[in-house]
Design a binder for this molecule. Structure first.
Ligand SMILES: Cc1cc2nc3c(=O)[nH]c(=O)nc-3n(C[C@H](O)[C@H](O)[C@H](O)COP(=O)(O)OP(=O)(O)OC[C@H]3O[C@@H](n4cnc5c(N)ncnc54)[C@H](O)[C@@H]3O)c2cc1C
Length: 458
């Protein structure tokens, strides 16, 4: 038997009794907390970092994806996600912290400033009346029958307990569900999408950079690889960001020497992966300077506070989003979020595969993908939803995570108010409430033009 210790039992102070406890303040958690508070629930959001935003701010992204659907290359563009996502983008835009949406083939997405997003997250949660506890790590839970009775957190001052009516796990890694004993898969039988350390480079001559096409950028990196630079990835996402001469680079790829994905739930593997991400960031900085027009004097000016994890635990919900449902663009009657993003696989090799949905079409995520099998007061939202590995590679983008979070927060507030189980929430009523708050659940709106939604190619 491996070495272990038996910890002594102890008495822990209860510091809050919220109607709705949201654990994890990323895209899904932010939307969930704001929606729950807006629906009248006393809402507490806990977050392990000192700021909100999760992957959006702690990792940083090139663009916010998933907000639109596109009828085909060169075809019309339609809004696909409204509600909290639209409010956040509008707030960022008003602050001058976005660029016009960028269009690439059948994708349209919004470049944003990840530092401004932290501030907007503070503002939006405060305006909705969400209580926020930062630097609080969820460590364990107490389960009573089919309910999560208590969540335990560690903070600088020690340990505390929270007794919620309803709980939403938006940790991205389903930390709470795992500790509660809920079932989950890890990617595809343990094999997950590769993680990436994300960086921003400053001092880029943007005009020179934009003078070559995306295909030519790929050729430059493939040339660098052919010249002997050991690049783990040549399919770079290089996005011009708000600011002068700033480009966001989604370019690194963290894998084991045998090409497999590391177990990022293991602290030794995660520590090694963080160091490898920094090594690769420096390698790409030098390669970009040498091979990419406009980057001659560029240097790293920002690096995510943590490695970007695309996929880990996928919770077993009452329903599961399947690859077949995504490919078939199924639109169940209990759809609570809509998605048109392709199945974007960061898997084996140095490339990225884009498996597109039929032009202009979309699929619906059913409410049952958010209710956790075997639990009455527990929901999930975001990248740890109940989904098959390939389906998650589409549903995990930011706007879709926010749409799921908004639905989970609204549902949790309804359940807390009426005393019903999470899976018993009246989904027709939930959809009506979401639609009143601006969510798009029957996206057939006319094509967008003007009013800040003009896009540029690139
Ligand atoms: C490298 C990379 C590139 C990507 N590129 C894009 C892109 O360009 N556009 C796009 O739209 N999407 C992109 N995505 C996908 C998208 O950003 C994420 O899937 C999405 O933001 C996930 O949101 P989430 O809220 O589900 O999880 P997260 O963003 O992971 O949020 C989880 C939150 O929970 C907190 N947390 C975790 N565990 C605990 C705990 N135990 N206690 C307390 N708090 C905890 C975390 O600190 C975090 O704030 C990318 C993802 C990665 C990793």
């Amino acid at each position: 038997m491996p070495d272990s210790v038996l910890e002594p039992s102890r008495r822990t102070p209860v510091i809050a009794h919220p109607d709705v406890l949201v654990v994890g303040g990323g895209a899904a958690g932010l939307a969930a907390a704001v929606a729950a508070a807006r629906s009248g629930a006393h809402t507490l959001l806990i977050e392990r970092h000192g700021f909100l935003g999760g992957t959006l701010s702690a990792v940083t992204l090139g663009t916010l994806c998933g907000g639109y659907r596109v009828e085909g290359e060169g075809g019309r563009v339609h809004a696909l996600v409204g509600g909290f996502y639209a409010h956040l983008v509008a707030a960022l835009r008003a602050q001058g912290a976005t660029l016009p949406p960028r269009r690439w083939l059948r994708n349209v997405s919004v470049p944003y400033d990840p530092i401004a997003l932290r501030e907007q997250a503070d503002r939006l949660t405060a305006a909705a009346g969400v209580r926020v506890l930062l630097h609080c790590l969820l460590t364990s839970v107490q389960v009573d029958g089919d309910r999560v009775a208590c969540a335990f957190v560690e903070h600088k001052g020690g340990r505390a307990a929270i007794r919620p009516k309803m709980v939403i796990d938006t940790t991205g890694d389903a930390d709470l569900c795992a500790r509660a004993g809920a079932g989950f898969d890890i990617g595809d039988d343990g094999s997950t999408q590769f993680a990436s350390t994300m960086v921003r480079l400053g001092g880029v001559d943007i005009e020179r950079f934009l003078s070559i096409t995306r295909a030519q950028r790929l050729e430059r990196l493939e040339q660098a690889a052919a010249d002997g630079h050991a690049l783990p990835r040549t399919s770079a996402g290089l996005q011009v960001h708000p600011g002068t001469g700033v480009v966001h680079a989604n370019i690194t790829r963290i894998r084991e020497p045998d090409g497999s994905s590391p177990d990022l739930l293991d602290p030794w593997s995660l520590s090694a992966a963080e160091a490898e991400g920094r090594r690769q960031a420096s390698l790409y900085e030098h390669v970009l300077r040498e091979y990419m027009p406009g980057f001659e004097h560029a240097r790293l000016v920002d690096m995510g506070a943590q490695l970007g994890v695309r996929e880990s635990r996928l919770v077993h919900g009452d329903r599961q989003l399947t690859e077949a449902a995504v490919r078939g663009c199924l639109k169940p009657a209990d759809t609570i979020a809509c998605c048109a993003w392709p199945m974007e696989q960061h898997g084996k090799g140095s490339g990225t595969t884009w498996d597109w949905l039929p032009a202009g079409d979309w699929y619906g995520i059913p409410y049952g993908c958010l209710t956790v099998r075997g639990f009455d007061n527990l929901l999930v939202a975001g990248r740890n939803l109940s989904a098959e590995h390939v389906a998650q590679s589409s549903a995990r983008v930011a706007a879709t995570c926010m749409a799921m979070g908004e639905a989970a927060g609204t549902a949790a507030a309804l359940a807390a108010t009426t005393g019903c189980r999470a899976r018993e929430v009246d989904v027709a009523g939930l959809r009506a409430t979401l639609a009143n708050a601006g969510a798009l659940l029957q996206p057939g709106e006319p094509a967008l033009a003007g009013a800040g939604v003009d896009w540029v190619e690139g």
